[in-house]
Design a protein around this ligand. Structure first.
Ligand code: HDC
Length: 279
């Protein structure tokens, strides 16, 4: 059995993560460990596995791999333990789910189960899709296999959104978010980002995923799973506008960059833990 990668955390990691996805000093349950309702946002579930050691090298499975050409394409997160612990010792077990050939780009999907190190209980499950520009054309499958909720796209309904939340990111958003574990220079070093095609370092996909997820949880309550496609890039300092539609027990949502009008998160959905209406 694979050994797994440990991740230990307490209120310091929790607060740093919450600040990294835009919580303010006045959001006491998210930034003050002494608050009676101290909690971590559910999208924190991507963090414990972020630096987990995969049993493969991307360069061995797609051609012409360059880390500068890699973009985060999609993310699925399932929370398997509630309330989400605000400290603990976890272990993540990553594996290769599949490789997809988009012609110009190669896609690699990684799965990872994160367990409580002491009890062995599942806490989180993640699937992360990376989109590697210039690494396709190797003759692989052209579409990912249908794995139900893990691969589902949620096209937005035609009606006006049931809720809209707007939030301006700060110029320092990526500089703070990266301290939760994703030190990819693409998000901080202009020399690196330029080679990848971006004059200014771009925001982490999982940072604006966290901000959108916060909009969902603060509007409709806790979710058990969330799935997004990163449809466009975001620059630190830009304003995010999340449009949400409640469809039975699912919140369908998308997020736009206000300054450009372009989507950065598309066809996204979150399955609510409990339907607020029935509580
Ligand atoms: O959609 C484009 C884009 O720019 N998206 C935003 C990407 C982004 O900003 N990501 C976040 C920042 S990068 C980051 O955070 C990296 C991080 O530090 C490290 C990753 C960590 C991973 C976690 C590890 C545990 C782009 C460039 C992705 C695609 O645009 P185009 O090249 O114009 O492609 P398009 O013509 O629209 O589509 C071609 C085919 O690809 C599929 N596709 C499109 N976007 C996708 C995607 N598949 C997966 N994810 C996406 N985001 C399309 O469906 C299409 O397929 P088909 O031809 O079969 O219809």
């Amino acid at each position: 059995k694979a050994e797994g990668t440990p991740y230990e955390y307490d209120d310091r990691e929790v607060i740093l993560y919450n600040l990294g996805v835009g919580c303010k000093r006045t959001d006491l349950p998210y930034v003050f460990e002494g608050d009676d309702n101290f909690q971590v946002l559910p999208t924190f579930g991507v963090i414990p596995t972020f630096n987990a050691v995969a049993p493969y090298n991307i360069g061995d499975i797609v051609p012409n791999f360059s880390p500068m050409m890699l973009l985060h394409g999609e993310q699925y997160l399932e929370i398997r333990k509630f309330p989400i612990p605000t400290s603990g010792k976890l272990v993540s077990y990553p594996s290769l789910v599949e490789v997809v050939d988009k012609g110009k780009a190669g896609i690699v999907i990684n799965g990872s189960t994160t367990k409580d190190a002491n009890t062995g209980e599942d806490v989180f499950y993640n699937e992360s899709t990376v989109f590697i520009r210039g690494s396709g054309g190797f003759g692989g499958a052209k579409q990912p296999t249908d794995r139900g909720v893990k691969t589902r796209a949620y096209p937005p309904p035609k009606r006006a959104p049931d809720a809209v939340v707007e939030e301006k990111t700060t110029d320092e958003q990526a500089a703070i978010y990266r301290l939760s574990g994703d030190r990819n220079p693409l998000h901080i070093d202009p020399e690196f980002s330029k080679v990848g095609g971006f004059e200014t370092p771009i925001l982490h996909g999982l940072c604006f995923f966290g901000i959108s997820g916060k909009h969902v949880v603060q509007t409709f309550g806790m979710f058990r799973s969330i799935r997004v496609r990163f449809a466009g890039t975001v620059l630190p300092g830009q304003t995010l506008v999340t449009e949400m539609w409640k469809e039975k027990n699912t919140v369908v949502f998308q997020t736009k960059v206000k300054e450009t009008g372009k989507l950065c998160i598309a066809s996204a959905g979150a399955e609510l833990l409990a339907d607020k209406g029935k509580l």
